[in-house]
Structure formats: C-alpha cells, structure tokens
Design a protein around this ligand. Structure first.
Ligand SMILES: Cc1cc2nc3c(=O)[nH]c(=O)nc-3n(C[C@H](O)[C@H](O)[C@H](O)COP(=O)(O)O)c2cc1C
Length: 274
C-alpha cells in the first residue's frame, strides 16, 4: 500500500465515513427486544448507527400523523430517460477498460496533501448522487471537510474511539484478522488528505411540510451510492480509504453540526468545506 502511494505522489486521499445520520430516540432503543441485543453482541461490527430501520419506519407510518401518508405525493419533476446503446465490440472494449481502471483501485492509507480542485470533488459527489435508492428516497448526505482544524478534530474523535475499538470492543479474532493489513487506531491520513468525505445516511426524511418520510433500505442505498463515489474518485485518479469507525457517529454529527435532517436546512457553499 505504501509503495503504491509513494509511486503516485499526486494522488490524494479521500475518506469515506459511513455513519448513521439521525439521532435515534433512546426510548426506541430501549424497546428493542433482548433477542436483538444478543444478536448485536454476537455481531459487534454491526454498529447501532449502521442499522437500516426500514421496518421500524414503516410501522411509524401506520400510526403516526407526523409521517407522510403514502397517498400524499411529492411534486418532483420528471426527468426523461435518455438511452445509450453500444455495439457488442464497443461494450467489450468499454467493459475491459473500466475493469482495468477499477482493478487499480486500492485502499491507500499514506497520502499526498497536494490540493485537488473542489469542483472535482463536487462532481464525484454529484455522480454518487445518481445512485438508485429504495423508493427513490436518496437517503444520503455527503459532508466535505477540508479545513485543517476540523480534519484534526475528526482525527482526534476517530483515533480515541478506534483505540478503544482495537483494545476492547473488537475482540481478539477481529484484531487478529486485521493484522495482515497492519492497520491500527493511528490515522495520520485524516490530517494529511486534502478532503475528507463523510457520508451520512438519513434513516428517514423530513419534507418541507415537516412530515417524515420513510427511507426504505436506506443502508443499502447509501452503500450503493458510496460504491459509485469510490468509482468516480478512481476515475479522476484520486485515492481513497473507506473507513467505518465504530461508535464515532454521534460525536462526528455533533462536531459537524448536522441538522436533524438536511432537507430542512440549506448548506451555503462556503460552509460545506468546514
Ligand atoms: C465497509 C468497509 C469498511 C472498511 N473499514 C476500514 C477501516 O475502518 N479502516 C481501514 O483502514 N480500512 C477499512 N476498509 C478498507 C478495507 O480494509 C479494504 O477495502 C480491504 O482490505 C481490501 O483492500 P483494497 O480496498 O485495497 O482492495 C473498509 C472497507 C469497507 C468496504
């Protein structure tokens, strides 16, 4: 990994942190059955933040006036589909080229601080936003951080939690399985990379009329979007490391002052690169 990085000095790292977006009420957490809790103990890598909650949200829909009625329609403009067609030869050529490009992707943990035009980052995020999503709910928020102080605070939060993860939460087997990757809780790249992209999932939406909207399969939808993001970054010659640090969600949400739901607040362009 380090060799790859040093051979490509103009590469830049972008971090994708996939974390749950919305605060879940402590009350709801308490109502979860003992069975669920024991399942979580058996699968410690399933962060509370990373649960999908589709079923829970669907139940809300049935008995809560705050939730959007399925008959109420959002007024979204229709964007016509523009088909593209390639000959068999072209398809073969394109599939080979794309495979070759994607096959060069690596998770890179030693990165260059060289600047990258912000517009490139904007475009790759727009590309990620073309992903399919459950019931077309687009349940993702991408937060781009370039400010050195904020990046450092993110590093402090992640390193503090990751040290506990490695030493206490993950357990011997998990730590052993990671040995070959030589990763630990020290993540210098969080200071060095010109951009950190934090990907938040919205477990439900809030419409302009304040009604809540179920975000079906939000976890899967956000994951697909992250895959497209990674491909788009690879396409422009940037490097990435995806990381999902356990238990960092609440602190990162608080640091980045994420609103209860992005639909309720527009983020000025100059605020995005906090
Ligand atoms: C969901 C997910 C979580 C990951 N979490 C971490 C992480 O916390 N820290 C890290 O250094 N790499 C993380 N990785 C990167 C993997 O270690 C890496 O993808 C894997 O070793 C394969 O290497 P490659 O990406 O270079 O092909 C994660 C990857 C995925 C898809």
């Amino acid at each position: 990994m380090a060799v790859f990085s040093s051979l490509t000095p103009v590469f830049v790292a972008v971090l994708c942190v996939i974390i749950g977006f919305l605060f879940k009420s402590s009350q709801r957490r308490e109502t979860r059955s003992k069975q669920e809790r024991s399942d979580q103990t058996a699968r410690p890598w399933v962060d509370e933040d990373l649960q999908d909650d589709t079923e829970i949200s669907s139940k809300h829909n049935e008995d809560d006036d705050d939730w959007l009625d399925t008959t109420e329609e959002e007024n979204l403009p229709h964007i016509p589909y523009t088909p593209i067609q390639y000959s068999a030869t072209e398809m073969l050529e394109r599939s080979e080229k794309f495979y070759s490009l994607m096959n060069l992707r690596r998770s890179v943990r030693f990165v260059s601080p060289d600047p990258v035009p912000k517009q490139v980052i904007d475009n790759v995020i727009r590309t990620a936003g073309t992903a399919p999503s459950g019931a077309h709910t687009e349940p993702w928020t991408f937060v781009v951080v370039s400010d050195a102080d904020v990046k450092h605070k993110i590093r402090e939060i992640i390193e503090e939690e990751e040290e506990i993860n490695y030493k206490q939460r993950m357990g011997d087997k998990w730590v052993h399985d990671l040995k070959k990757l030589r990763t630990n809780w020290v993540k210098e790249y969080l200071d060095v990379a010109p951009y950190l992209i934090l990907v938040f999932k919205q477990t439900y939406g809030i419409l302009p009329n304040s009604k809540k909207k179920t975000h079906y399969y939000n976890e899967i939808s956000v994951s697909i979007s992250c895959g497209i993001l990674l491909a788009a970054l690879q396409n422009v010659g940037l490097v990435t490391v995806t990381t999902t640090p356990l238990n960092c969600g609440p602190q990162l949400r608080s640091l980045l002052q994420r609103p209860a739901n992005p639909a309720t607040r527009k983020i000025p362009a100059n605020e995005e690169g906090e």
